[in-house]
Every structure is written in C-alpha cells, then in structure tokens.
Ligand binder design. Structure first.
Ligand code: MG
Ligand code: ZN
Length: 218
C-alpha cells in the first residue's frame, strides 16, 4: 500500500497560493519565483536584474534560506527592500511563508517582486507560491545533463537561465545538447544564457522580464 502523505500538505499549500495570487492581482504586483541549486548564482542574478530594471520598475525581494540572512543583506546593501524567510531547515518555500512575507511588504509600492527560493532542484517544483512565473537557473559548472536528472523543475519553468557562461571555456558544457534536452521537455520556455558576473546576456533576459511585468502591472 502506498500512502500519499503529500496530498493534504499540497492541498493546503494550493489554498494559500490562490490567496497570494488574488492579493498580488489586486495590488498589481508581478511575482517571480527563482529556483536553482545552491551556488548557481541566484542572488547574483537577482542583483544584476535589479541593476538593470530599477530605473523603470519598483522592485523588492523575498529571500528564502534554510538559515542565515546573508543573501537578504546583499539585497539590502543594493538599497532594496528584502524580506528574509528562514525555513528552519525546510528545503523549499511554501505559499503560507510567502503570505507572511507579503504581509510584511508595502505591496502598493512594488511592481516586481522576486522570490529567491531555497537552493534545491526537487521539491520547490511541487509548491505553488501564487507566482506569475517561475525561472530555473542552471550554472555552467553544474553540467548540461542536469535537466535529465531533474526533469520536473525544467519542465515546469516559464524560462530557463544558464548562468556563468563566462566559465564555458573551463567546462565540458555542451550548450547545444542542453538546449535540445530542455526543448524536448519544455518546448515553450525561452532559454537565456547569461553571466551575472560580466553582465553578458542579461539585457535579453531583463527585456523578457520587463515584458512579463508590464502584462500584469500595466
Ligand atoms: Mg542566494
Ligand atoms: Zn523541500
């Protein structure tokens, strides 16, 4: 006999996600969920996006971490509002945690809310947060075969970002194979190749993001 222990948890999560979605719609806030392994460069990518979009959009960040607030501090140093969620060991964010963070924010003063999920390629996929879109970031040193190992997260993403492309000469990362694999799993998601460190490719990704936000915020 198999026991589906996840079902009640996910049903409860879905209710909170729906109420987050309604609140965001009412306040005209676009929320993006960023998912990746630890070390893929989520925070660095977020800082690079902030740099490019802050002149046209009002941004804020929700930082999900198992412990510590080092990433939230980096965002605050850039002069932005950051709300820290410490999951107390849990390896993903849940919609109820986001609901509390939304409570702590002045939503009427935000157009674009970026959620940095806990570094993990597995369970964040299962938990709807009420976001408008999901982006998964993969970094070159992790290898082009990650989508085969973690198909769920790549299949459910609205866009896929390959970060650290400045390190391509150092690794056997086959970009053509990566793009083919991803296309087979998720034909509609655009793939952006970027380096948060050098800024390469960031403009294309930010243009896509700005268009997404404009659809919601107007
Ligand atoms: Mg981070
Ligand atoms: Zn988890």
């Amino acid at each position: 006999m198999e026991i589906e222990i996840n079902t009640p948890i996910l049903e409860l999560n879905a209710r909170h996600a729906e109420s987050n979605r309604q609140l965001l719609a009412k306040e005209q806030v676009y929320m993006l969920d960023i998912m990746a392994s630890p070390g893929a460069g989520k925070t660095s990518c977020i800082l690079s996006v902030i740099d490019r979009l802050r002149s046209q959009l009002r941004l804020a960040v929700i930082e999900g971490d198992v412990a510590s607030d080092v990433d939230a501090q980096r965002i605050k140093q850039a002069g932005l509002t950051a709300v820290q969620i410490n999951t107390g060991g849990a390896c993903h964010l849940e919609a109820m945690m986001i609901a509390r963070a939304l409570d702590a924010l002045s939503l009427s003063e935000i157009d674009f809310l970026i959620v940095e999920n806990v570094g993990n390629l597995v369970c964040p996929t299962e938990f709807d947060l009420g976001e408008h879109a999901r982006v998964v970031i993969l970094s070159v040193p992790e290898g082009h075969d990650k989508p085969q190992k973690y198909p769920g997260i790549f299949a459910s993403a609205d866009a896929i970002v390959v970060n650290k492309i400045d390190t391509l000469p150092l690794f056997d990362f086959d970009m053509a194979v990566f793009k083919e694999t991803v296309k087979a799993m998720n034909p509609t998601a655009p793939v952006f190749t970027v380096s948060a460190r050098t800024g390469e490719g960031m403009d294309d990704w930010c243009e896509w993001l700005a268009n997404q936000v404009a659809d919601v915020v107007g």
